[in-house]
Design a binder for this molecule. Structure first.
Ligand SMILES: [Zn+2]
Length: 289
């Protein structure tokens, strides 16, 4: 039997966390394991780098899609506009510098908004179709993610990753590389789902933000903070993403055959607990030493 190695720290011992199905696309089953050393939860078996693209091939994959069919997608698109402004405001409150790198830029909505706000932006995106959409919809030229390893060290005032770190294939190498690109006193803003949230506990294996096997890792503060800090950063703060609690609950109810009413109830309960760290997704802010 092949040994399962923690993708963040290389440790070999882990604990079973949950069995989860790909409710969104393939209906295949995956196991979530929690590393006994660094507490990262990771998806296993992970598809090979050649095969993983197949799991993104759906028109309904809203992260890349701009189609507006269905209630869930309509709400998602409306909320996205609202949250884009909040994201730009957050960044300008953190750093005065204007060099911004957005990794996993998708359809370029955030890069476009940041560019309008006066940032010098570079957006990296592995999906060629998404890069094309970004040009059409937001008039931004995104580069292929391959360029990540060609960029000049200590260049950026801010690096953003909005729901991207959980998809990154070579976690520890990429974290190290991204860390090197940020200037002293620059910030790294990372948004990821929180598997210790109220909604995650409530929905269990139906929790939509497990999103296996597209999400290779599942974070909570005790795993993500040390991972970034050991690469030369200080953890600064953590913010709730309140709309995500509703969105993820709606998708989870859809997978479960539940109701919109219950999704709103669970999303609200999740947000009520955001002060205790139990909201569905979080933004983590780290500052380079
Ligand atoms: Zn580990």
């Amino acid at each position: 039997m092949q040994e399962v190695i923690c993708p963040a720290c290389g440790h070999l011992e882990h604990t079973q966390h949950l069995k989860v199905e790909d409710h969104f696309l393939s209906k295949e089953s995956f196991e979530l394991l929690r590393c006994n050393a660094c507490q990262l939860v990771f998806t296993t078996p992970r598809p090979s780098l050649e095969k993983i693209g197949d799991y993104y091939k759906s028109e309904d994959y809203v992260s890349h899609s701009s189609t507006k069919k269905g209630l869930v997608n309509s709400v998602y698109n409306w909320v996205r506009n609202y949250t884009l402004n909040k994201k730009v405001k957050l960044i300008s409150s953190l750093v005065s510098g204007r060099q911004l790198l957005d990794i996993g830029a998708g359809s370029g909505h955030f890069v476009g908004r940041a560019k309008t706000a006066g940032y010098t932006v570079l957006g990296l995106e592995p999906d060629a179709d998404a890069r094309k959409v970004a040009k059409e919809l937001n008039d931004v030229d995104l580069d292929n993610l391959d360029r990540l390893y060609e960029l000049t060290p200590a260049t950026y005032d801010v690096v953003t990753m909005w729901h991207v770190l959980e998809h990154v294939y070579n976690l520890s190498d990429d974290v190290k590389q991204i860390a090197s690109l940020i200037q002293t006193n620059g910030v790294w803003v990372i948004a990821v789902p929180n598997y210790t949230s109220f909604d995650a506990t409530y929905y269990g294996s139906y929790w939509a933000a497990y999103d296996v096997p597209r999400h290779l890792y599942h974070f909570e503060p005790n795993s993500i903070i040390p991972l970034i800090e050991k690469n030369g950063f200080t953890f600064e703060k953590m913010l709730p993403m309140k709309f995500d609690s509703y969105y993820v609950s709606m998708l989870s109810e859809k997978y479960k055959g539940g109701s919109l009413f219950n999704a709103i109830r669970i999303g609200w309960l999740s947000n009520m607990r955001s002060k205790n760290g139990k909201c569905s997704s979080k933004i983590y802010v780290f500052r380079k030493k």
